[in-house]
Design a protein around this ligand. Structure first.
Ligand SMILES: CC(C)(COP(=O)(O)OP(=O)(O)OC[C@H]1O[C@@H](n2cnc3c(N)ncnc32)[C@H](O)[C@@H]1OP(=O)(O)O)[C@@H](O)C(=O)NCCC(=O)NCCS
Length: 187
């Protein structure tokens, strides 16, 4: 981890972060860019850098962004996700984690864990949030194991048998109140 700088993204980080995200869509998820799912990636500055209570975190090495994690106020979408999840995690009070992506050659070095911790500290310092929520596609290798190591399971549709969805839902407790200055200080 000593070779990596973790920071809240500024305008100079946006192109590198977008590259990590698009490469993940095309090379890992195999779905490519989907405007209905990925609009934030086209306007990272507008979505994460200029909105209060939203943030984008990056890990940088050798001047290159190699990992990302984003936070924004958002509820799960219904459909496809169950209505009760939207009621439990309304947009006004839910910090949803997005774009937790690490370039393959930089994985298993603790980058995602460290970025998510930064994001959790950031969300916890925003008085508007009551919950931190995320969901993940269990078909992506490593994704479910990673989140089970970091977060509390809320809903696994596979448990019910009838629902064939491969998306599992998690929450992460808010941490004790931190000031914005503490959140932005170097690790
Ligand atoms: C999932 C992902 C973000 C993990 O990133 P990472 O930086 O390699 O994760 P970390 O090194 O911080 O791992 C933390 C812990 O998660 C678990 N974990 C992470 N990847 C794992 C894997 N492939 N298999 C099993 N456990 C895994 C381990 O418990 C790990 O701790 P350890 O290395 O001490 O055993 C990365 O594999 C990735 O970008 N995948 C593609 C995109 C994606 O699916 N993102 C998540 C959904 S948004």
């Amino acid at each position: 981890m000593t070779d990596y700088e973790l920071r809240i993204a500024g305008p100079d980080d946006v192109d590198g972060a977008r590259s990590v995200m698009l490469d993940t869509f095309y090379r890992v998820f195999d779905c490519g860019y989907r405007p209905d799912w990925h609009a934030d990636v086209i306007d990272l500055e507008g979505t994460y850098l200029r909105q209060p209570h939203h943030a984008l975190f990056v890990a940088v090495t050798g001047g290159e962004v190699v990992a990302t994690t984003a936070v924004r106020a958002a509820a799960p979408n219904h459909p496809p996700h169950p209505r009760w999840l939207v009621d439990r995690y309304p947009a006004a009070t839910t910090a949803q984690l997005f774009r937790v992506y690490v370039r393959p050659e930089h994985r298993r070095r603790g980058l995602a864990r460290a970025l998510v911790r930064r994001a959790v500290e950031f969300a916890s310092a925003q008085p508007v949030y009551r919950d931190i929520y995320l969901h993940t596609d269990t078909r992506v290798p490593g994704a479910e194991a990673f989140w089970r190591s970091m977060a509390d399971l809320v809903h696994d549709p596979r448990d019910g048998g009838a629902d064939c969805s491969r998306t599992v839902h998690f929450e992460i407790p808010l941490v004790a109140a931190l000031t914005p200055a503490q959140v932005l200080a170097p690790a």
